[in-house]
Design a protein around this ligand. Sequence first.
Ligand code: CAA
Length: 379
Amino acid sequence: MDYLLTEEQKMLKEMVAKFAQEEIGPVAREYQAKGIYPEKIVKKAGELGLFGIAYPPEYGGAGMDFVSYMLAIEQVSRFCASTGVIISAHSSLCVDPIFRFGSEEQKKKYLPGLCSGQRIGCLGLTEPGAGSDAGAIKTTAKLHGDKWILNGTKQFITNGAQAEVAVVIALTEPEKKAKGLSAFIVESGTPGFKVGKHEEKLGINSTSTTELIFEDCEIPKDNLLGELNKGFKISLVTLDGGRLGIAAQALGIAKAAIEDAVVYSKEREQFDQPIARFQALQWMMADMFTEYEAAWLLTYRASLMKDRGLRYTTEAAMAKLKASETASFCANKSLQIHGGYGYTKEFDVERYLRDAKITEIYEGTSEIMRLVISANMLG
Ligand code: CAA
């Protein structure tokens, strides 16, 4: 579907595909098996501008559009879904809200370091009791003189261990519940702010997923991000973009699963012929490719809407729903095509299946996506 892309987008896609194939591909399996955070790759990706693709050069970004960002996440995720979400959680969930809602001073202070990848970012939204019900946050922020004092625990935070800048959502007026939430910028090293438990996970094992703990953590009054008590809306607007980042990650996983199935089925011989000659497999592959293209088009449409400044909440939910379920579908079928070998760690396809599953869960489960889509239909 490259004919839908501009020359600049095509060039970026090719550049990132080359980088991912040469630099990430050879180490992805080992890193994920050992749970190694890809520090050198992250550094190189930063040098290539991948941590600030869609932000203006005046803030250290590459000045490209959101579609370009999505193409980059997909290409990286074709080789390593962990690296894909490291970049996506950083860009969509931390850089984006600071760019959109930050004061000029905050943008100048935080964006250059984040866009260059020198500082990693994360979003502290989810809590043990506030997952799908994101408005049920218990972390508080109380104003004392010229400081906000934060108390509470965030959970399942992607990039939690590496992040030097966190956008944190906390209650400023608890009696108002979700309408009393505000967003803050918190830097690592601030007294009272520490990283808690590291989760062991089924997949995306080169990423960190941690708790963030705030115990009488004092931050400057000026670190309020956006308007007071607008934290829930800031979160939901941020998640619209984040969901597209996850859709792109899912597309990358689906593409890798399809490509591996094509290669394997042409090489593997049974009953005196390559298994690709069997119609049972051909139909599986036709379904995989068709699902992938449908998901790609939904994702491209929502990304284009974001680039054009249109509201794209429903379209982002559709894209994430379709792309994540497509990633799981394609990984599952590809593993089936690989047969017994696919079930072993000798091939990447078992990793695709494990990595695909999380795309149906984080940044809004498939059930929440269906809720957002049907709410738009039913009012
Ligand atoms: N953009 C702008 N405004 C929005 C919006 C959007 N996308 N969605 C809702 N709003 C507005 C509504 O219009 C409403 O405004 P008013 O109060 O002015 O009327 C307000 O926000 C509240 O909206 P709802 O009444 O729809 O809120 P709700 O509580 O009924 O439901 C929800 C909201 C859709 C269920 C929401 O809670 C949700 O998306 N939950 C899932 C949370 C989620 O995705 N968590 C993932 C965490 S991030 C992560 O995974 C971590 C990581 O590191 C990867």
